[in-house]
Design a protein around this ligand. Structure first.
Ligand SMILES: Nc1nc2c(c(=O)[nH]1)N[C@H]1C(S)=C(S)[C@@H](COP(=O)(O)OP(=O)(O)OC[C@H]3O[C@@H](n4cnc5c(=O)[nH]c(N)nc54)[C@H](O)[C@@H]3O)O[C@H]1N2
Ligand SMILES: Nc1nc2c(c(=O)[nH]1)N[C@H]1C(S)=C(S)[C@@H](COP(=O)(O)OP(=O)(O)OC[C@H]3O[C@@H](n4cnc5c(=O)[nH]c(N)nc54)[C@H](O)[C@@H]3O)O[C@H]1N2
Ligand code: SF4
Ligand SMILES: [Mo]
Length: 754
């Protein structure tokens, strides 16, 4: 008899609650859970394909271990023996930094990815840490770190209550939202308009989101920081600065006008390709709206001035009094957040505490730029050892980071590599050991990361919908064993990893005067924890110590794991509430509006006032039915508009002699790729768009459907040298490229050869 089970969808940041139909251990259907306290029945085509994705026959079922150069199925014990034997000698001989750690995007979508990577980082003691953050949102972490003293304090637009949303470089109708967790983002935007609110979209492409807007500004790529600076300039020039209740929490407001003096609407107009009158209108509308929020994502981050853009987003929210007020941009409060400490000065945020070995990139948030991974492996310097061994968890940087060809070669040269990945793909094919996690239906789910970014405070937990198949190992256990194997504790019971975290956390909590468990006995507290395994006990502990927790009995009505399990559709914790000054951890205890590293980067932005690209620039795009590099293997999610084509404006197509459907050659600093042209006025003139995550044509992978229609790897156009200097984030948008019809290019090459 088919049965149903609830499962929070892990396939994007919207975190929808799903009702899965399960027949003989297989997921045969997925629909939106109408009773989910947050998503209320919403589902998208990816969620609907949950069963297909779960049952993909190319998913690895057993660990792979390289023997005589060939990857062969092995037992879990053999696999972890090989990991311990591969990593420990490298650490002992060359030191901890010779082991690199790469953490990819799905870590923010799994329980395992939230609970164990911090232990891997600490256990390895390596400074060679690279994550998807530096091809994504690192600029926002850095701007938040500098403004608020906490890199993870990211204000979220109050989508459901705002009167005016200025949405920049994001396309939630395809992505379903990012750094703003909101199931049914499209419906929430429609509701904003229906209640009389306004939506402005800034994007060089006329996206589906832009088509929903009251106003669409087709900005020139890479110039958002200039546009936002000119808006802030206008607010000062027209006396529209009204920080209201925020005033006592601000530092440096008086220094902003001078810092922004050069960024007049007239000065930025040509660079942004937005006329001065429009810039002023944008600023005036923002100031005039009863409440408003500025929200910016990928298109504003993965550009040369990403950190400045992120900073200016929050500066505008502050100047218009919209930071930390309902309808503006607020700091969520998740159930697993640490017990809020009393407001007051903190330790602040430091950048550049160490540097990368080859090009001396400063660390940000403990990470080095993913764009520098290849050179940190393949380039010798006097500064120390190159990376000789690599641990990759849920990461496919051969496709998602700049210059995959170079990284591909670098990975092939490693002494040892282990991948925790369900697929044998462009990156994991280089591993000596592949440890495959079970499919999502066999894993538990809680959104440790996304609840801190959600437009409504709520908490949900789902246990595995299907028991582990024989021979499978939970990803939590895989990562716990990996921690043991790389730290010289190979063979110990993985439960000791969780027990150690519990002991340490409770021992710390009882010493904190603001903690509800201050002064209690940590052993007695540990004995109170419920849950069927280590990860569940850790979740219980976090909930009970958290802002809504029962404090281990201090508040009998508070949250515990048991209470959460009694609410399978989740518990609503209410709308976002003003929280300042509590989240601030700057040294001043205030919002530091003009931090020194930002001020020092402004001359670079000033220089950009005079920059105009001579030729075409490239931007990316996402398709609703895909996700970065790993969903092209599911037939139900491919085809239709989800194709790797180059969008090109008709004027540019005509000038270049490119016909719709014709194959074109695209050339950038890092290499060349070919793709069919799709001539469309959805991109503005001077801009071409190619999606990322494609290029599944390398040998030795096992993603048969994806390999049949491989597409081109857009990141091969990059050489990895273009970064936002403050955050180390790769520049993936606003990249200069040349485009030519393939035939002409071939002719030219042939001529050059003769
Ligand atoms: N040009 C360009 N490049 C981009 C972007 C862009 O917009 N333009 N976007 C960037 C962004 S925002 C990001 S986040 C990165 C993403 O880049 P990556 O972090 O490399 O993420 P994915 O490409 O999603 O690959 C995820 C890997 O995790 C594996 N995986 C899937 N599910 C699980 C699981 O449950 N457990 C484990 N252990 N592994 C799993 C997949 O098989 C795959 O190998 O790409 C970036 N690259
Ligand atoms: N379907 C689907 N959903 C996803 C993903 C996916 O791959 N597919 N990936 C997930 C991940 S990892 C992330 S981080 C999020 C990202 O979520 P979003 O930030 O919403 O990502 P995109 O859809 O790429 O939208 C970025 C927009 O920025 C525009 N843009 C490019 N350059 C510029 C510029 O210089 N200025 C401005 N103003 N705009 C610019 C692009 O045209 C594009 O429309 O999506 C997540 N959700
Ligand atoms: S919007 Fe995201 S979370 Fe919701 S069903 Fe689709 S992929 Fe899953
Ligand atoms: Mo991302």
């Amino acid at each position: 008899m088919p049965r149903t089970a609830l499962r929070i969808c892990p396939l994007c940041e919207a975190t929808c609650g799903l009702t899965l139909t399960i027949d003989r251990g297989r997921v045969t259907g997925a629909r939106g859970d109408r009773d989910d306290v947050f998503s209320k029945g919403f589902i998208c085509p990816k969620g609907a394909a949950f069963g297909d994705l779960d049952a993909d026959p190319d998913r690895l079922r057993a660990p792979l271990v390289r023997v005589d150069g060939e990857l062969r199925e092995a037992t879990w014990d053999e696999a972890f023996d090989a990991v311990a034997a591969g990593i420990r000698p490298v650490v002992e001989r060359y030191g901890p930094h010779a082991v690199g750690l790469v953490l990819g995007n799905p870590n923010v979508h799994t329980v395992a990815g939230a609970l164990y990577p911090p232990l891997l980082i600490a256990g390895l003691g390596t400074r060679s840490l690279f994550t998807a953050s530096t091809v994504d949102q690192m600029p926002k972490h850095v701007s938040s770190g500098l403004l608020f003293g906490d890199a993870n304090a990211i204000p979220v637009p109050d989508l459901d209550r705002t009167d005016h949303l200025l949405l920049i470089g994001a396309n939630p109708l395809e992505s379903n939202g990012s750094l703003c967790t909101a199931p049914d983002f499209p419906g929430r935007l429609k509701a904003l308009r229906a209640r009389g609110g306004t939506l402005t979209v800034v994007d060089p492409r006329r996206t589906r989101t832009a088509r929903l807007a009251d106003r669409h500004i087709a900005v020139r790529p890479g110039t958002d920081a200039l546009l936002l600076a000119a808006m802030a300039h206008t607010l000062f020039a027209e006396d529209l600065v009204t920080p209201a209740d925020l005033a006592p929490h601000l530092d440096g407001l008086d220094r902003l006008p001078a810092a922004l003096a050069d960024f007049t609407p007239e000065a930025v107009a040509d660079a942004c390709d937005v006329d001065a009158a429009t810039v002023r209108t944008l600023a005036r509308e923002l100031a005039a709206a009863p409440t408003a929020a500025v929200y910016a994502r990928i298109g504003s981050c993965t550009v040369p001035h990403g950190t400045l853009a992120g900073w200016l987003v929050d500066v505008l929210n502050v100047l218009t009094g919209n930071l930390d007020r309902p309808g503006g941009a607020l700091f969520p409060q998740a159930a697993t957040d640490r017990t809020p400490r009393p407001a007051g000065p903190g330790r602040g945020f430091a950048l550049g505490r160490w540097h990368s070995r080859v090009r001396r990139h400063p660390e940000a948030k403990g990470e080095l730029p993913l764009a520098a991974l290849a050179e940190e492996i393949d380039t010798a310097t006097d500064e120390g050892e190159p990376i000789r061994a690599l641990v990759a968890v849920a990461a496919n940087p051969v496709l998602s980071a700049p210059d995959g060809d170079r990284l591909d070669k670098a990975l092939a040269s490693l002494d040892f590599m282990v991948s925790v990945d369900p697929y044998l793909n462009e990156t994991s094919r280089h591993a000596h050991v592949v440890l495959p996690p079970p499919p999502p239906a066999q894993s538990p789910h809680h959104d440790f990361a996304f609840n801190t970014l959600a437009v409504r405070n709520q908490v949900r937990y789902t246990r595995p919908a299907v028991p582990l198949e024989p021979g499978r190992m939970a990803e939590t256990e895989i990562l716990a064993r990996l921690v043991l194997a790389v730290t010289g504790m190979h063979g110990a019971d993985p439960a000791v990893v969780d027990a150690m975290v519990v002991d340490r956390t409770l021992a710390q909590a009882v010493t904190e005067p603001h903690s509800p468990v201050h002064g209690r006995d940590p052993k007695e507290l540990a004995a109170l924890l419920t849950g069927v395994n280590g990860p569940e006990r850790r979740l219980d502990m976090m909930l009970r110590l958290g802002p809504y927790g029962d404090g281990f009995g201090a508040d009998p009505d508070g949250l515990t794991l048991d209470r959460l399990l009694a609410h399978p559709h989740g518990i609503d914790l209410g709308p976002l509430r003003p929280r300042l000054p509590q989240p601030l951890k700057t040294r001043s205890g205030k919002v530091e509006l003009l931090p020194e590293p930002i001020a020092a980067d402004l001359p670079r932005l000033r220089a950009a006032l005079a920059e105009r690209p001579a030729g075409l620039v490239l931007v990316g795009r996402r398709h609703l039915r895909s996700n970065n590099s790993w969903m092209h293997n599911v037939p139900a999610l491919t085809g239709g508009s989800n194709r790797c084509t180059l969008h090109l404006h008709p004027e540019d197509a005509e000038r270049l002699g490119v016909r719709d459907g014709q194959t074109v050659r695209i050339k950038g600093a890092g290499g060349e790729v070919t793709a069919p042209a799709e001539v469309t006025d959805a991109v503005r003139p001077g801009v071409v768009s190619l999606p990322h995550g494609w290029g599944h044509d390398r040998p030795g992978t096992r993603t048969r459907h994806a390999s049949a229609d491989p597409g081109a790897n857009v990141n091969q156009l990059l050489d990895g040298s273009l970064l936002d200097p403050l955050s180390g984030n790769a520049v993936l948008n606003a990249v200069p490229v040349e485009v030519a019809p393939l035939s002409a290019a071939v002719t030219k090459t042939c001529r050059a050869l003769t």
